[in-house]
Design a protein around this ligand. Structure first.
Ligand code: SAH
Length: 369
């Protein structure tokens, strides 16, 4: 490949999105109320509207003084994103939305209904700097980091849509996975601010269980170690895709900075720190990384690091436009799973929702008209 994007760690700086309630800490909200000449308890009322009632509409905020309502809502909840298109798949159970941000940047998020739960796949960066050649977003390069409020708004809007029956029935948004566009740990601060808003009990956050929040990473080792110390036991997913450095250098270019062994050691440390079983993501690419000897090597490397700390999620590759790669043969996939299980590694094939609307793993990239 000649025109392959290069690794890009730092996000280009661009005009900041307008300041939003969800960007502020509780103390900053109280301070803002004071500046507006309002008592501190208004901050909690606004939080209740936002995180519990999922609304930013002043007409819903009847507990605020009528004269101040519009002004306050406009100041605190500027519009950060507007839907451009929304595509539905899987009989209405999957919905992908394309959002336009304040500077014209477009990002996508995908909402999926399962029995008893709904999962949102959120975007943390516009584009991605990690340059994985099999991933659609990886081919775009990195445009910019999203702000915390831009990620949190994806969650609020999805939680409201899901509550109000957009997926066919009224379901509570229960899970959030950072598996949309971008590398979440390369936008650490905004992602952690989002995680705190996800798990804080209502009215200070959405009240999700930390276990139901998954942060997926290519394996930025220092950031994984930082995550260990946050005291919020989210689920960590490590996108491995190859057990040997030679192949992983090609499939996940950041491997040239942190090797397979370094990434796996960090994942194991994450388990030690949090008690949360780590997921290893492995897109099965035909004749590329799906060999029995690689399944065996992966099984050994995981086993060497102990029992009960990890499970593997093979994902059939979703071929991206123009890619020469395709998904593994089902029999090869089966053997891959079997080999890992023979090593005692729990292994489950991940389902790929929304592939017909380019809403499945690794396909989130904007197709401009
Ligand atoms: N940057 C993060 C999160 C984004 S992608 C990460 O890499 O983990 C979420 C998952 O989808 C990752 O495991 C990623 O490797 C996988 N993925 C990307 N492109 C894919 C494709 N074409 N088919 C299947 N999975 C893919």
């Amino acid at each position: 490949m000649t025109d392959r994007p290069l690794l890009q760690m730092a996000a280009p700086r661009r005009g900041k999105p307008p300041r939003h309630f969800a960007d502020l800490t509780h103390d900053e909200r109280v301070e803002t109320m004071r500046e507006l000449g309002l008592p501190a308890f208004r901050a909690k009322q606004l939080a209740t509207h936002y995180y519990a009632h999922l609304t930013v509409d002043p007409a819903d905020m009847t507990d605020l003084p009528a004269g101040a309502r519009d002004e306050l809502a406009n100041q605190m909840f500027p519009t950060l994103m507007t839907p451009v298109t929304s595509l539905v798949a899987d009989g209405g159970a999957t919905r992908k939305t394309l959002w336009n941000l304040h500077d014209g940047v477009k990002v996508e998020s995908v909402l999926m209904k399962y029995p008893e739960r709904a999962t949102l796949c959120v975007t943390s960066q516009a584009g991605c700097g990690m340059a994985c050649p099999f991933c659609a977003t990886g081919q775009m390069g990195l445009t910019r980091n999203l702000s915390a409020a831009e990620i949190i708004e994806q969650v609020r809007l999805a939680a409201r849509a899901s509550r109000d029956g957009d997926l066919g029935e009224n379901v509570r948004l229960s899970n959030v996975v950072f598996m949309g566009m971008g590398e979440p740990l390369a936008n650490y601060k905004a992602v952690m601010q989002t995680v705190r808003a996800l798990v804080a009990p209502e009215p200070h956050g959405f009240g999700l269980s930390a276990r139901h929040v998954t942060v997926s990473t290519v394996g930025l080792v220092p950031a994984i170690d930082k995550l260990c110390k946050e005291g919020i036991p989210v689920t960590l997913a490590l996108s491995l895709h190859a057990p040997d450095d030679e192949l992983r250098n090609e499939l996940v270019p950041i491997n040239t900075r942190w090797t397979v062994d370094e990434a796996l050691d960090a994942a194991r440390r994450y388990f030690d720190a949090t008690g949360r079983r780590v997921s290893i993501e492995y897109a099965l690419i035909r004749d590329m990384n799906d060999h029995a000897h690689r399944a065996d090597l992966l099984g050994r490397k995981l086993k060497d690091r102990g029992d009960g700390w990890v499970h593997v999620n093979p994902i059939p590759l979703n071929p991206t436009p123009g890619s020469k790669w395709t998904a593994s043969d089902p029999r090869v996939e089966e053997e891959f799973v079997h080999t890992l299980r023979a090593h005692g590694i729990p292994t489950t094939i991940r389902d790929t929702r929304g592939s017909d609307i380019d809403g499945a793993c690794g396909q989130l990239a904007i197709k401009e008209a």
